[in-house]
Ligand binder design. Structure first.
Ligand code: SAM
Length: 468
């Protein structure tokens, strides 16, 4: 039975409720009266239920309005800011059998690598020298090679490295589902968001796609965010791997998961990622039947934006610059830049054929190129990590975000962290464009304008880490 407050995965992500939702969406996709009512509700900017949002996704009747509304909500909640991050692959040892991932255990020809603490230092310095302040650490699941102690030690190492003006101020963590006890340890290590992709919400497909290893356990995987919350981590990041199952099923499941977290813990997901399956070592995306084209991908992004306005959305370098530009407009608020998806790839880039990469990166531009491109598109790149540093996480963050107050912190912080980037890492071209942008953006600030102007002068003189 469907119960969003249940702690049982099969009740808060009820298969029957998803099938009912898809049927309801099919029956109503041309019901203009209902579609318009849902759009009117969505305009209030307070979100939609999984059923309502599924009707919008199924309907082709009001696509222009849906896209325009997603753009408006994006602007209202996030302004023109885009947060930057990079993934850091710690280890590709893995005991699971995920059929879409080249790190699966049976892959014997991929080079297996695990970073030592010294290697991590080199990677982090390379990342700091690019200008990164926020990382997402990634590792395969392997209790022997990648135990929690290794992950904790690595987080500690990452935070400890201070090189020139560089510092990693927020480490998000994308590791396999684990115990409450381990989530407590991750929380105590000062992580930002705990990210875990569900891959698919369809239990039967999930079990087929994860035939072996601990990840085979659908219930344990799907209830991971509950355990993370119980362990004190109040910023969690959801996602499905689009291409594995029917996208409308995943969309409904994803929103039900968000509703469950909100209902039980009073705080929905901090982020939702939208990865699509990509070519990788021994993985051919063509072999998966549920691939989605760019138009459907854009529609999904717009509908997520409308359904959960206060949840950040992430798109990685799996996608091309062109595709990313389209999604940024419709709702994405965070992008990775200059990414390497191989273990050790920042300090020691490998020729592609020897690569231990998890998947092919489509957007291969440097971070500086991505920053310049974002600014040319009218965005304000942000390296801000202040909310996390000031304890504005979980429900405290959501409260401020829902009342659209977050702009009062984020906008000045984005300006100041961009200024730091321009002073320390930008190419001459990027700096010229950035300084012009900052001059314009500062004028849009209210009460904080003179304080920000003062801080910008101090940043030019070498001071760092200003925040509101
Ligand atoms: N091992 C961890 C786990 O079990 O959740 C997470 C780390 S894994 C490095 C990060 C994500 O990459 C996976 O959750 C999966 O969705 C995604 N991924 C795996 N293979 C992929 C592929 N071929 N193309 C695109 N994304 C892929």
């Amino acid at each position: 039975m469907y119960d969003k407050k249940s702690h049982n995965a099969e009740e808060f992500i009820s298969h029957e409720e998803i099938l009912e939702t898809l049927k309801y969406a099919d029956e109503n996709k041309d019901n203009l009266k209902l579609v318009d009512e849902i759009l009117e509700k969505a305009k209030l900017g307070k979100g939609l239920t999984h059923r309502e949002a599924s009707v919008l996704l199924a309907s082709n009747q009001r696509d222009e309005e849906i896209f325009a509304l997603a753009e408006k909500i994006k602007k209202d909640y996030y302004g023109n800011r885009i947060v930057l991050f990079a993934p850091l692959y710690l280890s590709n040892y893995c005991v699971n059998g995920c059929v879409y991932c080249p790190y699966h255990k049976k892959n014997t020809h991929i080079p297996r690598k695990k970073l030592s603490q010294e290697d991590i230092k080199n990677e982090v310095i390379a990342l700091q020298d690019m200008g990164h302040k926020r990382l997402a650490i990634e590792a395969g699941e392997d209790p022997v090679n990648n135990p929690i102690e290794y992950i904790l030690e690595s987080i500690n190492t990452i935070y400890s490295i201070k090189h020139k003006n560089g510092a990693i101020r927020r480490v998000n963590v994308n590791i396999a589902a684990t115990t409450v006890e381990n989530y407590k340890k991750l929380h105590d290590a000062g992580i930002g968001t705990y990210i875990l992709f569900q891959e698919t919400y369809n239990k039967e497909s999930y079990e087929t796609l994860h035939p072996t290893g601990p990840k085979h356990n659908y219930k344990y995987h799907t209830e991971a965010m509950d355990r993370a919350m119980q362990g004190g981590i109040d910023d969690v990041g959801l996602g499905v791997l689009f291409g594995l199952e029917s996208y409308r099923y995943e969309f409904a499941g994803l929103l039900m998961h968000a509703e469950h977290l909100e209902a039980v813990y009073g705080v929905g997901p901090h982020t939702i990622s939208v990865p699509r399956i990509k070519k990788a070592d021994d993985i051919n995306p063509e072999e998966f039947d549920n691939g989605i084209d760019d138009d459907i991908f854009a529609k999904i992004t717009a509908c997520i934006r409308i359904a959960v306005p206060y949840t950040g959305m992430i798109v990685s370098t799996r996608e091309s610059a062109e595709c990313r530009a389209r999604l940024l407009k419709l709702g994405v608020s965070q992008v990775s830049g200059g990414s390497k998806t191989s273990v050790g790839g920042y300090f020691n880039p490998m020729p592609e054929k020897d690569d231990s990469a998890q998947f092919d990166v489509s957007d291969r531009r440097s971070l500086d190129e991505v920053i310049k491109w974002l600014m040319e598109l009218g965005y304000l790149p942000s390296f801000c990590t202040a909310c996390y540093g000031s304890g504005r996480t979980g429900d405290r963050f959501m409260e401020i975000c829902k009342s659209q107050q977050i702009q009062n912190f984020c906008h000045p912080n984005a300006i100041m962290t961009l200024k730091e980037y321009l002073e320390d890492y930008a190419s001459a071209d990027t700096k010229v464009i950035g300084d012009k942008l900052i001059a314009k953006e500062v004028e849009t600030l209210g009460d904080l304008q003179s304080k920000v102007k003062e801080n910008l002068v101090k940043i030019e003189k070498g001071e760092r880490a200003f925040k509101f």
